[in-house]
Design a protein around this ligand. Structure first.
Ligand SMILES: Nc1ncnc2c1ncn2[C@@H]1O[C@H](COP(=O)(O)OP(=O)(O)O)[C@@H](O)[C@H]1O
Ligand SMILES: [Mg+2]
Length: 249
């Protein structure tokens, strides 16, 4: 099967420090692909390169076979690649619906991002927002201010914001970070439901979630790929077990 997202010898240097070394990963369309590894392994750096947040030092990134290595960050969602962040990036004083609407407006190449434009109650952006509210099971919180949502609901809404660009590939950096155990099943349900909509690449520390939702996993340590396979395969790999000694998975 042709990969939807592929990296070839992707390398990222910060001065003399190499945060990602020759990372070659192939991600099949319609799958959930986990990126795991101990703290400082280079996972977020890898996502920053994929999303164009930082320039790649060498190597290639291919989206549906097209080289996007040098594509500007703002152009990547339009090309079909969107991300959510490890830390929350929502507008706390706006409603759930308004946050989604703004995400759609920001994406629209014809209307542009006009910040002071009032949020229309109808129109394509409103339809798209309502669709995402349904997909994320947040319809009942449509008019709730983000500041009044639980932390878990905020993390779900962040996934919703990334979904507003209708990505072919969605990059999620620790979507459960800071979540209580009680909220994790909701995220698992959401990720599984999204599989028919897009391919998901997921950085995640929660082993239970990775085992339950990921079709394939890439394990990074010290900026390099040390193991790849199904969650079961990598969890039995001696190199992975050693990498995690003294670290929480
Ligand atoms: N902007 C930067 N400048 C210098 N070093 C960085 C920068 N960003 C990350 N690093 C370093 O790269 C390494 C990998 O970090 P990161 O990708 O955040 O790891 P992870 O997400 O796996 O915990 C760390 O040693 C970190 O200090
Ligand atoms: Mg990180």
């Amino acid at each position: 099967m042709k990969p939807i997202l592929e990296t070839k010898a992707l390398t990222k240097r910060y001065g003399d420090f190499v945060a990602n070394t020759d990372i070659s990963v192939s991600i099949a369309e319609g799958t959930i692909h986990g990126v795991i590894g101990p703290n400082g392994a280079g996972k977020t750096t890898f996502f920053n390169c994929l999303a164009g947040t930082v320039p790649t030092s060498s190597g290639q990134i291919l989206l549906a076979g097209k080289d996007i290595t040098r594509l500007a960050q703002h152009a990547r969602p339009l090309a079909g690649l969107s991300r959510s962040f490890q830390v929350t990036s929502l507008f706390a004083d706006l409603s759930v619906f308004e946050n989604l609407r703004l995400a759609h407006q920001a994406m629209s190449p014809t209307r542009g991002f006009v910040f002071w434009r009032s949020v229309d109650e109808a129109g394509p952006s409103a339809d798209a927002a309502d669709h995402v509210l349904e997909r994320t099971s947040l319809s009942s919180e449509r008019d709730t201010l983000v500041s009044e949502l639980s932390h878990g609901q905020q993390r779900v809404l962040e996934v919703g914001v990334a979904l507003m660009s209708q990505p072919r590939v969605l990059l999620l950096d620790e979507p459960t970070s800071g979540m209580g155990i009680d909220d994790i099943p909701q995220m698992i349900t959401l990720l599984k439901a999204l599989k028919d909509e897009c391919t998901i690449v997921l950085i995640e520390h929660n082993v239970g979630l990775v085992t339950e939702v990921c079709d394939a996993v890439t394990v990074l340590q010290g900026g390099k790929v040390i193991s790849e396979g199904t969650p079961q395969e990598v969890s039995q790999d001696e190199k992975v077990i050693t990498a995690y000694l003294g670290d929480e998975l």
